[in-house]
Design a protein around this ligand. Structure first.
Ligand code: NAI
Length: 327
């Protein structure tokens, strides 16, 4: 089976080649390009495509893939908001994904963002390298006894709750689909108004698009910390910038950004960045942005490659697979 793997990065190839040795009927061809309407023609002669978070698998792309005989889209990530699932099914193209790959990787990155913002270790690192041992401007706060609101308590949310309980934080959860646990279940409004730190862990869909907007910011405590390691468009970025300017938002940690597909996963240090909203965002001293690296641990990459290869093998042998995305 020939698989066209898009948005390929050097760091993931060894994991895919290693996973492939268990299923050597699968042959990967690695394309640096992301999949979109302009690059879909590269899929001619392949049986399946393998895509990541910023590949665009919309109805037009799917129509082209169908005409080339592509039978399966294998997402090497959990979220599938970038694939038109209904269209894929209408065309008889299976969509498979990696539902879990070390949720702890993302949860631990979330804690890294919280602690860096709170304890300003990024600033301390630079100061000490310049023999500046002044503590002014580095005053932090404890996570212990803080109220942390977790929006979406699936695999990653639960991993985060376990860590937060270890810190002695008071954990609030809003998730319409979970029951009792080592946290206090509250309404979305209650979570917004009570939390010192808010962390987003729900999928991006029509209901959750811009769930953190002007009116959500109004309900939050002054100086609140907001962390988003889920998907950029959960937050209305313009409203976020206004909240930073008014100091309603005291700290912002992002691993994802609404328009990240134009920026992330490439070295752009020699380019002139055209996205003025992004540039405004990173200009604030209390904003920390990482480029969608929450998943980026050895353990998670190994799991992504192994599950993706197994998904492809199963779907081509059995015609179905437990990791199929259902419309
Ligand atoms: P999951 O499917 O296990 O959990 C998502 C939870 O969100 C579910 O419990 C669901 O009931 C809840 N939910 C759905 N709609 C909601 C709403 N309107 N309000 C509150 N909760 C709602 O997903 P998992 O594995 O925990 O991943 C969460 C998200 O993290 C993914 O959708 C993906 O966007 C993102 N992600 C980010 C990564 C990164 O590298 N930064 C890596 C992997 C996932």
């Amino acid at each position: 089976m020939k698989v066209a793997l898009f948005s390929s990065q050097n760091y993931e190839k060894p994991f895919f080649e290693d996973a492939r040795t268990q299923h050597n009927t699968i042959e990967f061809h690695y394309f640096d390009e992301s999949l979109n309407e302009n690059t879909a023609s590269l899929c001619q002669g392949f049986d399946a495509v393998c895509v990541f978070v910023n590949d665009s698998v919309n109805a037009n792309v799917l129509t082209l893939l169908h005409s080339y005989g592509i039978k399966c889209i294998a997402l090497r990530c959990a979220g599938y908001n970038n694939v038109d699932i209904a269209k894929a099914h209408a065309l008889g193209i299976d969509v498979v994904r990696v539902p879990a790959y070390s949720p702890e990787a993302v949860a631990e990155h979330c804690i890294a963002l919280m602690l860096t913002l709170s304890r300003k270790t990024h600033k301390a690192y630079n100061r000490v390298r310049e023999d500046n041992f002044d503590l002014n401007g580095l005053l932090g706060f404890n996570l212990h006894n803080k109220t942390v609101g977790v929006v979406g308590c699936g695999k990653i949310g639960q991993a985060l709750v376990r860590i937060l309980n270890g810190f002695g934080a008071n954990v609030l959860v809003f998730d319409p689909n979970v029951g009792e646990g080592p946290y206090t279940l509250v309404s979305f409004e209650m979570l917004l108004s009570q939390s010192d730190i808010i962390s987003l862990h729900c999928p991006l869909n029509e209901d959750t698009h811009h769930m953190i907007d002007e009116s959500a910011f109004e309900k939050m405590k002054n100086g609140v910390m907001l962390i988003n390691t889920s998907r950029g468009a959960l937050i209305d970025t313009q409203a976020c910038i206004r909240a930073l300017k008014s100091k309603k938002l005291g700290y912002l940690g992002l691993d994802v950004y609404e328009q990240e597909s134009e920026l992330f996963f490439k070295d752009r240090s020699e380019e002139i960045i055209q996205d003025d909203i992004f540039l405004r965002l990173v200009s604030f001293p209390n904003v920390l942005v990482t480029g969608h690296q929450g998943f980026f641990t050895k353990e998670a990459l190994r799991q992504i490659a192994t599950t993706t290869v197994k998904n492809l093998d199963t779907i081509f042998q059995n015609g179905s697979c437990e990791n199929c995305v259902i419309a």
